[in-house]
Design a protein around this ligand. Structure first.
Ligand code: 16G
Length: 168
């Protein structure tokens, strides 16, 4: 399929209310040409990626580990450009009865579309999707100033549990 995951996963129940002129859908292989990477680059470094590298990454997410990468985008139906994105990743576990953990990653809204609550929309979608996928927990990393934003979706600091990182 040209969608990263089955669009029926994003049922009306999961997606909820979407403002007119916008659509929430799975990442599509043609989003390479629709501004997805320029939206992502407003979050962090995207680096070099030609079409072949894009296709390779897209297909590896789809085929190597199916039912794992739920990259969701908001499309502006007038321009057919991607104006927002957010990802739910499932991490498959032996713990919690061979359960799974959800991670919310790479949440970003295009600067031209800020203030329209698209971040709220995307986070609501991902939390509902995570629940449907039966994850035992869902987590994310964010800047201090975004903690109040993410708290409204049910996240809180995990007391006594720290996030450690090594950067290479
Ligand atoms: C934020 C993002 C994370 C993303 C990272 C990129 C959310 C909730 N968190 O922590 O998903 O991968 O920024 O920054 O979107 P980095 O390039 O410094 O890792």
């Amino acid at each position: 399929s040209s969608f990263l995951f089955d669009p029926s996963e994003l049922s009306d129940e999961i997606v909820g209310r979407v403002p007119n002129g916008l659509r929430v859908r799975p990442l599509h292989i043609d989003d390479y040409d629709k501004g997805f990477l320029s939206v992502l680059s407003q979050l962090t470094s995207v680096g070099e990626m030609d079409r072949a590298a894009w296709d390779w990454r897209f297909r590896s997410m789809q085929r190597t580990t199916p039912s794992t990468y739920y990259v969701c985008v908001v499309e502006d139906l007038d321009t057919t450009r991607v104006v927002g994105a957010a990802t739910l990743v499932l991490e498959w576990k032996f713990i919690h009865s061979a359960g799974s953990r959800g991670r919310v990653e790479d949440v970003v809204v295009d600067e031209s579309m800020r203030g329209k609550k698209l971040g709220v929309l995307l986070n609501d979608v991902l939390v509902r999707l995570a629940k449907k996928k039966d994850v035992y927990k869902v987590s994310l990393e964010c800047k201090d100033k975004l903690i109040p934003f993410y708290e409204q979706f049910g996240y809180k600091k995990d007391a006594g549990n720290n996030f450690l990182v090594q950067r290479f």
